[in-house]
Write a protein that binds this ligand. Sequence first.
Ligand code: SF4
Length: 258
Amino acid sequence: MSSRKIRQRSGLDASPADSVVRSCHTPLHYAAATPQIAGPYVTQPAANCRRCPRLVLLRKQVRHDYPHYHAAPVHAFGPADAALLVIGMAPGLHGANASGQPFTPDDADGLLFPVLHAYGFASAPVTQSANDGLVLSDCRITNAVKCLPPDNKPVAAEINACNDFLASELARARVLLTLGGLAHKATIKALALRQADYPFGHAARFNLASGQQLIASYHCSRYNRNTRRLTPEMLANVFATARAMVDNPLPVTQSSAS
Ligand code: SF4
C-alpha cells in the first residue's frame, strides 16, 4: 500500500513543504517529546517522539498495516565519529521506515550503496536489511526528518520540529553531503547559516566557517534515477569529491563560503 493510500485512510493532511525555512514558529505539539542520548554530542529522537502529530498518526496506521515494520523514528547509521555525514530527506514507506536503517533496503539498481562501496565508504554495494552485515567506514547516513512523511513530503513544521536532532548530528563530521534540496536547506538551517549564502545545486560545494566542507547532490530517488536527473556518473562525481574532502581536510585557517 502506498503512503498516499495510508494517508487517505488515516485522514491525514498532506500539504507539501516547498520551503524548509518559511516558518520557524509554526505551532507544534511537543508533548512527550523526550530525546534520548545516542552518543556523545548526538541526540536522537525517542521511539515515541510525538512532536509531529501528522507523522505520529501515520506511524500508528503503518504499524497496523505492516506489523513487522520499524514504523518509528529512524536513527542515523554508521560510526558516530565518521568524517562524512550523508544527509537524506526522510524515511520511505518500504525502505528505512520498514528496516529502521536509512536508505535500506537499497534495491539492486539503487544508486547510493554502489557509489558508497566504490569510494570505500561501505563494505558492500547492496544492502537488503539492517542485519545483513554491511558496515559503513568513515561514513554515517541520516535523514533530515526521522519519521515517514505522507507522500514522501514532510511539511515545513515537521522539518523544523526535527531540526535539532539533525543539528546534533552535524558537529562531529568534517564533510557534509546533502541529498536533495530539502535535506540541503534543513542542513543549512541546522547549522544556523543564511540560506541565501548556501544555495542548493547539484555538486555545489562550500567551505564553512566551522572548518567543515559541504557538498550537495540531487537526491538518489527512484524518480530522479528513472528520469536521469541524477545518473550514476553524476553521483559518483559528487562522492569522488567527498572522498577527496575526507582525505584532505581543510587547513584550520580556511573558513569562507565558496
Ligand atoms: S519527524 Fe522528528 S520531530 Fe517529528 S515526530 Fe518524528 S522524530 Fe519527532
